[in-house]
Design a protein around this ligand. Sequence first.
Ligand code: SAH
Ligand code: SF4
Ligand code: F3S
Length: 476
Amino acid sequence: MNKRKNINIDINSEELKQQHYMEQVKQWNDEYFEKTSRRRKHLTVTYGCQMNEHDSEEISWILESMGYSPADNKEDSDLIIYNTCSVRENADLKVYGQLGALKALKREKPDITIAVCGCMSQQESVRNFIMDKFKHVDIIFGTNNIYKLPQLINSHLQTGETIVDIIEESREIVENIDANRKYNFKAFVDIMYGCNNFCSYCIVPYTRGREKSRIPENILKEIELLAQKGYKEITLLGQNVNSYGKNLETPYTFAQLLRDINEVDGIERIRFMTSHPKDLSDELIHAMRDCDKVCKHLHLPVQSGSDKILRNMNRKYTKEKYLKLVEKIKREIPNIVLTTDIIVGFPGETEEDFKETLDLVKKVKYDSAYTFLYSMREGTIAAKHEEQVPDNIKHERFQRLLDTLYPIFYESNKNYMNKIVKVLVEDISKNDESMLNGRTDSSKLVHFKGDKDLIGTFVNVKITDVKTFTLEGHIV
Ligand code: SAH
Ligand code: SF4
Ligand code: F3S
């Protein structure tokens, strides 16, 4: 670390309070174990983005510190938590379906505790709907108070009442929570919470509150500890990592953070999500170029290619500005892999607007893209727009967008034919246990034959076949 001196972070009174409740619940669970030789079990079901996935890893850590062990299914659980997403309507509907289906289980096992957290809980209308329609939900908490879970569970156990606890302001930065990470070689690390951008279609600023950055010392300390435990890859998380550090007492940029993390021994790959095009600085492009551990992959959501739609989305760039930015990135980092998010059918989108999106994706030649049908989110500015695009037109445009994108992805993958790539082995394949999956530095998914002992290690793979979404090959 340069420029900043290390500081010791004292445990604060809130953290002490939660430790106290943690011990109480643990005692209750330990007594049950002594009597029955069975551990109470939890099931944490996660929807939504990586941020939610990582929040669930923290929730699991809190629960397991309190003596719960993980359950394989709902029937065998004593505590079920739905960590919800609200980014599109489908996400809400899935959770309502799940909650409805739990009514019968709660009748059969009245002692089971059911909790809902995440982005749906943060919205008052959704919360009221859940309390009204799903009276078997025992605890509702939000995205900003995960650290309070010991207290909330304890209160419910003591009183038997429904506990609702929401903090509107963005997440308290509590540093004494660890995470039960899904993998032991790659890890998510939060660098900031919340979002200040208010893209007109998006619910996230309402569910995650305003931007708040963790101080770099704490981020680096977490990454150093991960490296000591053998982690090789980290993914830095924030809704808009480019604005990292702006609200810190000592201003500090995301580019500086990348340069500092690049010095951590043991970490071999650094990824990050997500970058807003309006804030992508030259300083960051240079840091990506210079830092050997920073993967040459940039997820740069464009959302639309039409200036009118971009303006109405409040994205603060034009098609031309975005294309110029892409040109600069490709010039500075010639092997960069670019991916994006695109919304089809934003209110007021005409055929001409949509054609601008098709034109843009052909010019950028993305390696991959997440494509979404616009979904109206109550409380956002775009939901009030009168010219909503009819569903049939949205679907038709969506299909045309995929028909344009897929050949572009395939063309980009063809460049890997007969090349040898370095892959971090992640998993065994779902369909065939003799096959492994892993990712290149550029985030391409690779399938190849190999032993599961290789998971968590780097191997060299020669690419012998390519598909639209994957590369295939053999270890060399
Ligand atoms: N902060 C990140 C991710 C936000 S959510 C970013 O700005 O990139 C991930 C994606 O969901 C967005 O990029 C957008 O493409 C999509 N999305 C958000 N709200 C949506 C909505 N109301 N309807 C359809 N897609 C939406
Ligand atoms: Fe939503 Fe825009 Fe913030 Fe991303 S930058 S979370 S799309 S408001
Ligand atoms: Fe969904 Fe919330 Fe993430 S709305 S996409 S879980 S920030």
